[in-house]
Design a protein around this ligand. Structure first.
Ligand code: GDP
Ligand code: MN
Length: 421
């Protein structure tokens, strides 16, 4: 609940700041092969497939799962889209290949353990630790389907487009009139009418209309029952034998639902996540990694966002959102400080604490302890105010650390930006 609210607040702050890069807030993202398995449990048509993590497994997998296949689709599994048009750092083009069965081992070998760079991974790319082998379907029509949560209607929204395969951003640019949006009343659930509207938007050429309506309803059922925040099937495709199939699967889940979606949340793959966020989650910190140079340690989501905005105002960019919370322990403060200092991009750290329930001396002790454990290579600007501020300042002073002190929020942000650039 708190995190959900926080996420909403952050995205508001991000939009206020305007120039912020789109950031993925904390939520669970699972691999395509896992999403396909989940969809299959809900009766959604998916291609037959099997994920392998080493070349040694390929031969056996092909023999047992696809005894009669001539060709297979070999798909790199990373937690980012745009794989088809991606490029490996090795030079290999395409994260999705359709090959003859006797070439599956070779192409899988070229993908496994390699770094795939796509439009969505950033230049650093993501490592492929599994490849998904799928039966090759003869696709005659590729469409776009997604369910997301819509702010305006405050509920689920189904987005469909009769053209698919490429990213929704490209579709929105090239075929804005073909994109249809159907909001669903979350209390009433999806009606036959809603589902029919979606199917008409997809406009399948051969697939049975009633079957397609049932598929849409099943997709919606999964979305609700599994606490998804996004379910994107691009392409949802038609095969030459007139079947509607989900040929790709991108599923995100609400972190707030982790307690009741244990099986799904056990699928979290930390190798694909921002390592800073993985560490922060372990320490139970409200942390979101960003791309800037100023590391922030703040208490309270509101103050954290105000701090980020003021950094921006003074011409800097924050490296993160971090709310140490109202009752963080000294240990958590140490962890938080370690995450900030281990971030290579961070050129200055700004500690902005307004002590209320959180006491300034706890923060100060945390900073001093962290500094003993990690080498401090960047300037630290500290602004402390509120409960136990004198003790806090004394602890910092007696530690002998070189700190830049600031009087108020504005002063602190200005000093941090000066120190960083
Ligand atoms: P993405 O690029 O990360 O979104 O990966 P996709 O799973 O969407 O795969 C990229 C493209 O590969 C799709 O848009 C399809 O055109 C193609 N593709 C995937 N599976 C099949 C298949 O079974 N048959 C055929 N013919 N094409 C496929
Ligand atoms: Mn796709």
């Amino acid at each position: 609940m708190v995190r959900g609210l926080l996420n909403k607040l952050v995205s508001r702050s991000l939009s206020v700041a305007g120039k912020w890069q789109h950031q993925q807030l904390r939520r669970l993202n699972i691999h395509e092969y896992q999403g396909a398995e989940l969809m299959s449990k809900y009766g959604i048509n998916v291609p037959k497939g099997l994920a392998v993590s080493s070349v040694d497994e390929v031969k056996n997998a092909v023999k047992t799962a696809f005894p009669d296949a001539k060709e297979l689709v070999v798909k790199s599994q990373i937690l980012a889209g745009g794989r088809g048009l991606g490029t490996f750092k090795s030079g290999l083009k395409g994260g999705v290949h359709i090959v003859k069965v006797d070439q599956v081992e070779e192409i899988a070998g070229k993908m496994l353990g390699q770094i795939l760079v796509t439009k969505q991974t950033g230049p650093q790319g993501k490592v492929v630790s599994k490849v998904y082998l799928c039966e090759k379907l003869s696709l005659i029509n590729e469409m776009y389907f997604a369910i997301t949560l819509d702010r305006k209607t405050a509920g689920p929204l189904i987005i469909a487009c009769r053209k698919g395969g490429t990213s929704i951003e490209d579709l929105a640019e090239n075929f804005p009139d073909m994109i249809i949006k159907v909001p669903i009343d979350v209390f009433q659930g999806i009606t036959d009418e809603d589902a029919a509207k979606v199917v008409d938007g997809l406009a399948p050429k051969g697939a049975d209309r009633q079957d397609s309506i049932e598929q849409v309803k099943k997709l919606y059922k999964l979305f609700c029952e599994c606490d998804c925040t996004l379910l994107e099937v691009n392409p949802i495709a038609e095969t030459s034998d007139n079947q509607l199939v989900a040929a790709d699967a991108k599923l995100n889940f609400d972190d707030n639902a982790a307690f009741r979606q244990k099986a799904i949340f056990s699928l979290r793959d930390p190798t694909q996540e921002d390592p800073r966020e993985v560490d922060a989650a372990k320490a139970d910190l409200n942390y979101i990694g960003l791309d800037g140079e100023i590391g922030c340690m703040v208490n309270g989501a509101g103050l954290a966002m105000a701090t980020m905005d003021i950094i921006k105002l003074h011409g800097g960019t924050p490296a993160n959102f971090l709310d140490v919370g109202g009752n963080a322990s000294e240990g958590q403060v140490v962890e938080a400080f370690k995450i900030l200092t281990s971030d290579e991009k961070v050129k200055a750290i700004l500690v902005n604490i307004f002590g209320g329930i959180m006491k300034c001396d706890v923060i100060a002790s945390g900073i001093v302890n962290a500094a003993k454990q990690v080498a401090l290579k960047v300037p630290v600007v500290v602004r402390l105010e509120g409960t136990n501020v004198d003790q806090g300042k004394r602890i910092l002073k007696e530690s002998g650390m070189t700190l830049i002190t600031a009087e108020d929020l504005d002063d602190a942000a200005e000093k941090a930006v000066k120190a960083a650039y």
